[in-house]
Design a protein around this ligand. Structure first.
Ligand code: SF4
Length: 401
């Protein structure tokens, strides 16, 4: 992992290097992260131009989805998480197959294409109550249940599952991936300082960067297209953001399986350890998005959630992002329940205001559909029913609201 060092290279030299399409180093990233004023505006401009250089159609994508919080129990306790619940806490819930199918059917009727299955990491390792739930349902582990639910959702509704369930070993991922068109795990940060007392990841086991990178590598070895990303504002330094982005770039260079990188801003929530921590500003997001674009390259899909900064999100497009992520007409963002997703017409307007066209994608990005990324046959067949030859959702299946 790169060591954080401040160099005296002028930011204009690094900007020129980026404009020439050269791969940027960690120290280049550290310099870019420190740009201010007109230099920061230049970093953003070059990032925006970089994105446009491979997207002459000026399309910005989103995925119409439902969110299935399969269980909100987890073996970890991150300092910012309101999703997680203990077995005796109000609101704790593990969805049954019937509950899942009911929501998925409603989503399919509303034109959704994606079923986002999101849950805590191996909760049965911490809570005997979860093991009991699994026993009652007839499964030995949470990943086993996730694999079965993914198949059920797909067979019953034709929605394409995309699962985020934390760290997985090879056998667990292989079973889940059979019924998922893509999967995800946020790297969040590579900083081990965050694991020290008082840090956002103190006391967690699954947020160790090596474990999360190993999961991304396992996905790469299995040919699973992955979403990952960083969470900014949880106590990491600017240099550590660069280190995390480069760790993601390294995985992609090894396997070519990182289909999108999310830059997510921390939100302080009551009832969490970090309820008084400062949230990243819009400028901080713009800087990080632009540096991410330049470090990860023009081709990488870079996403920022529109619901976590409803006033400033439109400007993200000027830092070179090309995707808004999943938006649901039915279910809330269970990770950030206070943050409503925009309506599609609102998102379209926000996108058009900056000069781009909103287009719907599936859980698999258009270029991954077009190249027939390694999918099981039933999923590949369904994907081709839903998409145009260029990989975007068929225009007659796109919903306008
Ligand atoms: S953020 Fe994820 S890993 Fe951390 S406590 Fe919440 S559900 Fe568990």
């Amino acid at each position: 992992m790169a060591q954080s060092t401040v160099t005296s290279t002028p930011v204009t030299d690094v900007i020129e290097k980026a404009q020439a399409g050269e791969a940027l180093s960690a120290s280049d990233g550290y310099v870019l992260m420190r740009a201010t004023g007109s230099k920061l505006a230049s970093v953003m401009r070059v990032a925006c131009e970089s994105s446009e250089s491979v997207r002459p159609h000026r399309r910005v994508t989103y995925s119409r989805k439902i969110f299935l919080p399969l269980t909100n129990m987890c073996r970890d306790r991150c300092g910012y998480c309101t999703f997680v619940k203990g077995p005796n806490q109000k609101g704790v819930h593990t969805m049954t197959p019937d509950e899942v199918v009911e929501v998925a059917r409603k989503g399919a009727k509303l034109g959704c294409k994606e079923a986002l299955i999101s849950l805590g990491d191996h909760p049965e390792l911490r809570h005997p109550e979860m093991q009991q739930n699994l026993d009652d349902l007839g499964y030995g582990s949470t990943p086993e249940y996730v694999a079965a639910i993914s198949e059920l959702v797909f067979r019953e509704t034709g929605l394409l599952p995309h699962t985020n369930c934390g760290t997985l070993d090879n056998a667990e991922m292989a079973a889940i991936a059979t019924w998922n068109a893509s999967m995800g795990i946020m790297l969040e940060s590579t900083s081990m300082r965050l694991h020290e007392p008082g840090g956002a990841h103190f006391g967690t086991s699954t947020k160790e960067p090596a474990m999360r990178i190993a999961t991304l590598d396992t996905a790469g070895e299995l040919g699973v297209a992955m979403t990952t990303g960083i969470l900014i504002g949880i106590g990491e330094t600017l240099d550590e953001r660069v280190d995390a982005l480069l760790a993601i770039r390294d995985v992609h260079q090894r396997h070519g399986n990182i289909q999108e990188v999310i830059i997510q801003n921390f939100r302080a929530k009551t009832s969490t350890r970090m309820n008084k921590a400062p949230e990243p500003s819009t400028v901080d997001m713009l800087r990080t998005l632009a540096v991410a674009r330049l470090l990860l390259g023009a081709e990488m899909n870079i996403q920022a959630p529109p619901n976590l900064n409803s006033d400033g999100a439109g400007a993200y497009l000027l830092s070179g992002i090309n995707d808004w992520g999943g938006v649901s007409p039915l279910t809330k963002d269970f990770i950030n329940p206070e943050a409503m997703w925009p309506e599609i017409p609102q998102l379209r307007e926000l996108t058009a205001e900056a000069g781009y066209e909103l287009r719907e994608r599936t859980v698999l990005y258009p270029e991954y559909c077009a190249t027939g990324w390694r999918l099981a046959k039933p999923l590949a067949a369904r994907l081709s029913e839903m998409t145009e030859p260029d990989g975007y959702v068929r225009s007659d299946l796109e919903w306008v609201k």
